[in-house]
Design a protein around this ligand. Structure first.
Ligand code: MG
Length: 308
């Protein structure tokens, strides 16, 4: 399982004077004497896992390959700088596919001022794989990491959750500008982007911070897509369940000190709504509280890559 491999790498990878922050966050932070700290991140998308090439315009896949990396830079409140693109193309129709991927990726790169500095291309008889590596710059507000949440901090989220499979997972807007705005204007203790699922990514953040988190279930903002998905599935699942576990919302979860959170929520400085959905608590674990105030454990659900 991916979490086991990460645990192995945490033990196995040697420390290095340049690594201000290594494996285990949304991106690594590199420190070099006399220069701004850099942020480094990579993502890999594969046909049949992250998208179905037979069913989507490859331009949307190319855009997503960059957008997921931008979302990780947003989670660090870092400014995007440059990237490289690696493609493993199927032999049949590879050239046409590569052009379409780039035609989707390049407008987003331009929008975020990312210099595409190069890449590498292979072809084989297997499915398409696309990997983007991005470098970003830490701003004076410092990198936003997963490990800084304190008991009492509010859990503040951008946007709404659930049902991303209906299209949002391909066409989402990474919260780069939002993260930079918030990091500059408010004290933020910790942050993560929601790639695997609201509950599981919140659990990751709480765990890294050595605390727990309680979600006020009725406060979780539900995306329209969460309701549409429930209608479509007709399987008795609820929009709240989808909001907590669907993944690929690519919104931000932030740990914000209480007074800062009050100010932020009153000012609503972004185009996208900011919502407090609970607070971090001393007791480790994930909890949910319903409208009547009853508290019970919440099982973190979301996407995990499985392998043996
Ligand atoms: Mg992430």
């Amino acid at each position: 399982m991916e979490s086991e491999l990460i645990a192995y790498l945490r033990r196995r990878l040697p420390s290095h004077p340049m690594l201000r922050l290594g494996i285990g966050d949304d991106a690594a932070v590199l420190r070099r004497a006399g220069a701004d700290d850099c942020v480094l991140t990579v993502d890999l998308l594969t046909d049949h896992v992250d998208f179905e090439l037979a069913e989507v315009d490859p331009r949307r896949v190319g855009r997503k390959a960059l957008a997921v990396n931008l979302s990780d830079l947003a989670a660090m409140a870092a400014e995007p700088l440059a990237g490289v693109v690696a493609l493993v193309l199927p032999r049949q129709g590879g050239m046409e596919l590569a052009v379409a991927l780039y035609e989707g990726l390049l407008p987003l790169a331009e929008q975020y001022g990312v210099a595409i500095a190069g890449g590498d291309t292979n072809s084989w008889d297997g499915p398409l794989a696309v990997s983007v590596t991005l470098v970003g710059k830490v701003t004076p507000a410092g990198p936003l990491v997963r490990g800084g949440a304190l008991p009492g901090d509010r859990i503040v989220v951008t946007g709404a959750f659930g049902g991303s499979i209906l299209g949002h997972h391909l066409d989402f807007e990474p919260r780069v500008a939002e993260a930079l705005t918030l990091a500059e204007a408010y004290e933020l203790h910790a942050g993560i982007d929601v790639s695997d699922g609201l509950s599981i990514d919140l659990a990751h953040l709480a765990e890294e911070s050595g605390c727990g988190a309680t979600i006020e279930i009725e406060a979780v903002p539900l995306a329209d897509a969460a309701f549409r998905l429930v209608d479509r599935l007709g399987d008795g699942s609820t929009p709240w369940e989808h909001a907590l576990s669907d993944g690929e919302d690519f919104e931000l979860i932030l740990a914000v000190p209480p007074e800062e959170a009050d100010r932020m929520l009153a000012e609503q400085p972004l185009d996208v709504p900011l919502t407090s959905i609970g607070r971090f608590v001393e007791e480790p674990g994930l909890w949910q509280r319903d409208a009547r105030g009853a508290r019970r454990p919440l099982v973190a659900r979301g996407y995990q890559h499985e392998f043996e």
